[in-house]
Design a binder for this molecule. Structure first.
Ligand SMILES: [Zn+2]
Length: 65
């Protein structure tokens, strides 16, 4: 994994991109913080990664007055 300037390893999954959901079942799923990337830039590390939420700001149709 190559970290560029301003990027940090995801502490939640320790850079693996996977988090263990259930210790007993050893079930792992995609890390909800970095979305499987294993790394975040510094602002994503603080506020979380955007882009998968339903509250998208890319819909320009609602801004027509
Ligand atoms: Zn992660």
């Amino acid at each position: 994994m190559n970290l560029t300037l301003g990027e940090v390893k995801c502490k939640r999954c320790k850079g693996r991109g996977l988090v263990r959901v259930n210790l007993r079942d050893k079930l792992e799923c995609m890390c909800p913080k970095c979305w499987g990337d294993g790394k975040l830039d510094w602002i994503e590390n603080v506020i979380g990664r955007r882009g998968f939420s339903s509250s998208s700001d890319s819909t320009g149709s609602s801004s027509n007055w």
